[in-house]
Design a protein around this ligand. Structure first.
Ligand code: HMG
Length: 392
């Protein structure tokens, strides 16, 4: 029996900030963002969009009524949770109409969370091959106005339906993880934006990659020659490119080195337009690879490197299943181009916007007609979500 990704979906917010505009406003050379970080645009989420609405929007289009009957576990991985107690997965379970006898919970370890969620989903399917697990990686990355991290913000969610005999990717049983207790990026409960030791975080990312990859190769007797593509966590694509350069085996035939580099280019296309979506970033890279590579084929082995600050990293691999391309989208880039561009004042207004609760803890919101799901109101401190009805 194989276990892996049967379906994959993605959602982001309807607003986009063009990084040329940001560069002009901050007095930064635009090349620093387009060449130095390899970024072009980033998604900005308004108050009515959060990890619940983005997660539901990523999952809704990929799920059938039969899937909703078979899903018995919903995991939301996130580091931008909306409640210290109630899991976002419980809200999403309700919004999507998943059958009641399911386990729903949230999981956290910075950008690594979704990788851990996949491991747990795999173990669950091993025990219960007829069930399905919905894994959502949903985050809004906010660093702060005029900070070094500002151009690397983003918002979005990836949904993955994990099952036996999957139709897209079959996991190999080869995960190697590493934990190191470091303070490279963290967000205390009292802060809406993270504290970042930027340069140190990039060193931790690259060193975690080097050492976990060395251990992976030793344990599994595999090398870069055995892989058609390598996906990386993408805080911003330039760091992942440095990662690829670090692990590149110069003794490989030029043709294979070129293939790995071409597939890397395919894997960063969506992130370049969405920004960092934290725990979903690795899987946004995977989706971008699968939907844009022109050289992948069934049976190809793909490596995935997950990294979450703090820090936990993991390398694992999956093989492409025959016919995988039939379960993907060909219109994703066009859809991203339909987002509404924000002026700098509007971006900054959205950035600082907060719910203004009255004395009883009530607030209602508007302007979410273009969203799939929305935070419509807060009533006595309870967040109320709706599926937005579209007039045809
Ligand atoms: P910065 O101020 O942009 O740093 O901050 P920089 O001055 O080093 O410039 C960046 C690059 O632009 C450099 O390229 C410059 O040379 C180049 P590099 O030397 O690295 O190849 N550059 C230019 N290129 C062309 N034309 C120019 C020009 N000027 C400069 N005119 C920093 C970079 C990473 C510190 C910042 O973006 C940041 O703080 N980001 C947030 C933290 C982060 O993303 N860390 C990544 C590793 S940690 C991680 O991945 C986990 C995370 O996702 C969170 C989680 O796990 O939850 C973040």
């Amino acid at each position: 029996m194989t276990i892996g990704i049967d379906k994959i979906g993605f959602a982001t917010s309807n607003y986009v900030l063009k990084l040329n505009d940001l560069a002009a406003a901050r007095g930064t050379d635009p090349d620093k963002l387009s060449k130095g970080l390899l970024l072009k645009e980033l998604s900005i989420a308004p108050l009515t969009e959060d990890i619940v609405t983005l997660g539901a929007a990523a999952a809704d289009p990929i799920l059938t009524a039969e899937d909703k009957e078979k899903i018995d576990m919903v995991i939301v991985a996130t580091e931008s949770g909306i409640d210290q107690s109630k899991a976002a997965a419980v809200f999403v379970h309700g919004l999507l109409g998943i059958q009641p006898f399911a386990r729903s919970f949230e999981i956290k370890e910075a950008c690594y969370g979704a990788t851990a969620a996949l491991d747990y989903a795999k173990l669950h399917i091993e025990k219960h091959p007829d069930s399905k697990v919905l894994v959502l990686a949903s985050d809004i990355a906010k660093y702060g106005i005029n900070t070094p991290g500002e151009p690397t913000q983003g918002a979005g969610a990836i949904s993955m339906l994990i099952s036996s005999n999957p139709r897209i990717l079959a996991f190999n049983d080869d995960n190697v993880a590493q934990t190191r207790d470091v303070m490279d990026f963290w967000r205390p409960n009292y802060s809406t934006t993270p504290y970042v030791n930027g340069l140190y975080s990039t060193q931790q990312y690259l060193d975690s990659l080097k050492t976990t990859w060395a251990e992976y190769q030793k344990r599994h007797k595999l090398a870069l020659k055995d892989f058609a593509a390598y996906c990386f966590h993408l805080p911003y694509p330039k760091l992942a490119l440095k990662g690829l350069n670090k692990i590149m085996d110069k003794s490989l035939p030029q043709e294979q080195q070129d293939q790995l580099r071409k597939n890397f280019e395919a894997s960063i296309l969506y992130s370049q337009k969405v920004g960092n979506i934290y725990t979903g970033s690795l899987f946004l890279g995977l989706l971008s690879l699968l939907e844009n590579s022109d050289n992948l084929k069934a049976g190809d082995r793909i490596a995935l490197f997950g990294y979450g600050s703090g820090a936990v990293s993991e390398i694992f691999s999956a093989n492409l299943v025959e016919g995988y391309e039939k379960h993907l989208s060909q219109t994703r880039l066009e859809e991203l181009d339909q987002r509404q561009a924000l002026s700098i004042p509007n971006y900054e207004r959205i950035f600082f916007e907060e719910a203004e609760l009255d004395a009883e803890g009530n607030a209602s919101f508007s302007g979410y007609e273009e969203q799939s799901f929305a935070l419509a109101e807060i009533a006595e401190h309870q967040r109320k979500y709706i599926k937005v009805e579209k007039s045809s």
